[in-house]
Design a protein. Structure first.
Length: 374
């Protein structure tokens, strides 16, 4: 039986520029991190895909971390059960070993390119790299403009909300999700938190992986509400309350405002609460926050809301357009690397990595068995 796959984004193109949650790729229980280095087109994503395919074919569950700037490429993979991580350690998500040798290993694919041949295209390579940076900077300015419109809309919606009712809903949710748990009210430790993105603005548009993220969750509550109805605040409070009770939580964020939360998974009780409208599995219970809006106040702002919504959508589309252009220029940049790569050498490195990973997994199984029998 093939292993199960969970898809996430570890970083995002946001109103604050490229925003990284890479430090949460896999923290709790991490045994080994392979940091992949090398320029565009040297095979970092291909290498990780081959390793991922090999492991899933053998029945291992994996978390695939996709690149928001090229949603067909991987920025990382995590073998959750074995605590093994592979991550692209190059810009814009530079990852350097924190504990070289002890926890981290560098896999340098740059050693397989022909430097002398690449120097022939040095000026073109530099110019293309700078153009990619310019296009991303332009995209981020459009997304920042979209955020201003989103904040306008949020403010107008908030004026019509009865937040006393929202607070009541929050307390009910806390009781539903956390009140019946066997964990004590006052715990001796705080649960861990892990932050990632469930969605991203990519060259192919807005992509949401909520279905993948929530596929194994037993019970899901869906918060239905417009911007400004308190969804992110509720999610933040639920996450913090769960951690206070000693539970581990996964917190997923939105790409426009990267600190805002769209989904919280409470792993200890296999429950989640989400505001993602793209969650399609439908085995959820709906909590409608729109019912607490004063329709008269809302109507008085309707013309401004429609105007700002159109502007916001236009700014997001312009941001995505420039992310797409940056991807096209990045493809040009890769052509200065690909012809000068020794991919046979990269293939040998793949075999070495797979052997190394299986050795680590087997040692983990052996250690676990030893604990059971001792």
């Amino acid at each position: 039986m093939n292993g199960r796959i969970k898809k996430v984004f570890p970083g995002g193109n946001t109103s604050e520029g490229f925003f990284s949650y890479y430090r949460y790729l896999l923290e709790k229980g991490t045994r080994r991190i392979f940091v992949i280095k090398g320029g565009p087109g040297v095979g970092k994503s291909t290498l990780m895909k081959k390793v991922a395919n090999k492991l899933t074919d053998l029945g291992y569950d994996l978390e695939l971390h996709y690149c928001s700037s090229d949603n067909n490429s991987l920025d990382g993979i995590a073998v959750l059960s074995a605590g093994i991580v592979m991550v692209d350690g190059t810009a814009p998500h530079i990852v350097d070993p924190r504990y070289p040798g002890g926890l981290d290993e560098i896999v340098n694919l740059g050693e397989y390119w022909d430097t002398e041949k690449m120097e022939v295209n040095r000026e073109k390579l530099i110019a293309s790299t700078n153009e990619v940076s310019r296009l991303f900077a332009r995209a981020y300015r459009f997304l920042k403009a979209a955020r201003f419109m989103a904040e306008n809309i949020t403010a107008m919606h908030s004026q019509s909300m009865d937040f006393a009712q929202v607070n009541r809903v929050t307390l009910i949710l806390e009781k539903l999700l956390l009140g019946h748990t066997y964990l004590p009210e006052a715990c001796d430790y705080i649960g861990s938190e892990r932050h990632l993105f469930s969605s991203a603005y990519t060259p192919e548009g807005y992509i949401d992986y909520s279905d993948s993220i929530l596929q194994d969750v037993g019970r899901v509550y869906y918060l239905d509400g417009l911007m400004g109805t308190g969804k992110s605040t509720i999610l933040s409070r639920i996450a913090e309350r769960a951690r206070e009770k000693g539970m581990d939580v996964e917190i997923y964020h939105t790409p426009l405002i990267p600190t805002k939360i769209s989904t919280v998974i409470i792993k200890d009780i296999n429950m989640a609460i989400t505001s993602s409208p793209h969650y399609q599995q439908k085995n959820y219970e709906i909590i409608d926050l729109n019912q607490y809006m004063n329709r008269g106040i809302l109507a008085s702002h309707q013309e401004e809301i429609l105007h700002d919504s159109e502007l916001m959508e236009n700014m997001i589309n312009q941001g995505i357009l420039n992310i797409r252009k940056a991807k096209e220029e990045h493809d040009v940049l890769e052509q200065y690397y690909v012809p000068n790569m020794n991919f046979a050498g990269v293939g040998e490195k793949y075999e070495q990595l797979v052997s190394r990973i299986f050795h680590l997994i087997e040692s983990e199984v052996t250690a676990a068995s030893s604990c059971i029998y001792n």
